[in-house]
Design a protein. Structure first.
Length: 431
């Protein structure tokens, strides 16, 4: 050993290399590294909640970590949360509680079925009851409770997008004894109130009319679908919204409910029936239109000669298994070159807006290196697309903001599929 080459090396007490502290005994790596001192106070509180049970099923295999979108811009994922809970973290008062977008990618790969879609709403519900809710989220919840939409806009303004618009729309709630419609179209908050959503809403009307769809809307009586509010733990508010919307769904006779928003689709299909006892014949608008793709193609008079890519919304894709309908419509667009991104379909990357993320921008910014929408926009540009196509009302404004904040102005446009269909039917640029 005397002339061993390592003998000339000197052990220092305090050593930091590239920001990593490696001070201490060099042989520490051979010492047992498992945690021997547990504090399960808050783990027990989480698993005692209805919905929180699966948190301690985690056996630290770490398969969830590389697929978690938050972990790709920070440090997150069920394995890490489980470990922190085993060592005493109070999740009820920790930012980790609000970072999860409930995108479902971890559950897809978890061998133990640790279910963040149940754990997060359960713990958040308790945190809200305890008064521990981020201020920006609290404001959104108050707006929804008071006005029926997260923007805090008046009920009257829900139909403002119809002013100075010559598209034919039946507002069923303004008719006396209205005849039944084939399609009751649930417009959604962002289509109703956000300027870029208004563009898509008007496109939807023009496309429906060109296709001869017999449709109507609820106008001022429509309310927020409540799915994001359910996922941030406001179960009571969700139930109230479900009952209000259901009352109108029952009152206005229709064959099918067509929705603009994947979050509404998820709520009506999977969660309203548990509250109202009614089942809904619900379709996302891409599903409804994909059934009529031949008729749509026959109505096209213009091409869209652009390189396009598509972002799968978590709540249409992973949560409800629909990957084909949007692609059927995109592939029908004449002149477009469709390039897929790397993270698609089951492995699609989250935009960051789900599970309350839409209203937690400051909190997320404090705990990540970039917004998820920024990470996604860079991927769209990297694959060579000049148009990012979306079909969720949250996403047009989210991604347009991300294009600006990543200094990619002019390199990528964001369009809702319905706007492109509308354009190709000869109705002029919507954006
Ligand atoms: S995949 Fe499931 S079991 Fe494995 S570390 Fe993640 S949460 Fe734990
Ligand atoms: S649901 Fe999505 S954001 Fe939440 S922990 Fe799982 S992978 Fe991460």
């Amino acid at each position: 050993m005397g002339d061993h080459k390592y003998q000339k090396w000197v052990q220092k007490e305090n050593v930091v290399i590239e920001g990593v502290d490696i001070s201490g005994e060099w042989n520490r790596m051979w010492e047992p590294r498992e945690i021997t001192s547990y504090d399960l106070t808050y783990m027990d509180k989480v698993t005692a909640l209805p919905g929180g049970e699966s948190m301690d099923w985690c056996y630290q295999c770490a398969q969830c970590i590389p697929v978690c979108p938050i972990n790709q811009v920070g440090s997150y994922g069920p394995r890490k949360i489980a470990r922190k809970l085993q060592t005493g973290m109070n999740l009820f008062e920790n930012a980790d509680l609000w970072l999860c977008t409930t995108c479902m990618n971890c559950l897809r790969v978890c061998p133990k079925e640790v279910d963040m879609m149940k754990i997060m709403p359960a713990v958040r519900e308790q945190a809200i009851l305890d008064g521990n809710v981020p201020a920006e989220l609290q404001e959104m919840l108050q707006n929804v409770a008071e006005y029926g939409n997260p923007m805090g806009e008046s009920v009257r303004k829900r139909v403002k997008w119809l002013r100075n618009f010559d598209g034919q729309v039946r507002v069923l709630t303004e008719e006396e004894n209205p005849d039944p419609v084939d399609v009751l179209w649930y417009v959604s908050d962002y289509y109703s109130y956000h300027p870029r959503g208004n563009d898509a809403a008007r496109s939807m009307v023009r496309v429906f009319n060109k296709l001869g769809v017999d449709f109507g809307i609820l106008g001022k009586e429509e309310r927020c679908d409540g799915d994001s509010q359910r996922l941030v733990g406001e179960v009571g508010l969700f139930e109230q919204l479900a009952e209000q919307n259901d009352e109108n769904f029952q009152k206005y006779s229709h064959n099918r409910l067509v929705v603009s928003d994947p979050h509404a689709y998820n709520a009506f299909k999977n969660f309203y029936p548990k509250v109202t006892g009614h089942d809904y014949n619900v379709e996302h608008y891409t599903q409804f239109l994909a059934e009529q793709v031949d008729a749509i193609k026959d109505l096209f008079t213009a091409e869209f000669p652009r390189k396009v890519t598509f972002h799968d919304p978590c709540y249409l894709g992973r949560h409800n298994g629909e990957y084909t309908a949007p692609r059927t419509l995109i592939n029908a667009i004449r002149g477009a070159e469709f390039i897929e991104m790397y993270r698609i379909k089951e492995q699609g990357y989250c935009c960051g807006g789900g599970g309350g993320g839409m209203w937690l921008d400051s909190l997320v910014a404090d705990h990540t290196t970039e917004r998820l929408s920024e990470n996604r926009v860079k991927e769209a540009i990297e694959v060579g697309a000049d148009v990012l196509i979306v079909c969720c009302p949250y996403e047009v404004s989210r991604f347009e903001d991300a294009v600006k904040s990543t200094n990619n102005d002019g390199k990528l446009e964001v369009w809702d599929i319905i706007e492109i269909i509308d354009l190709c039917m000869g109705n002029g640029a919507a954006a």
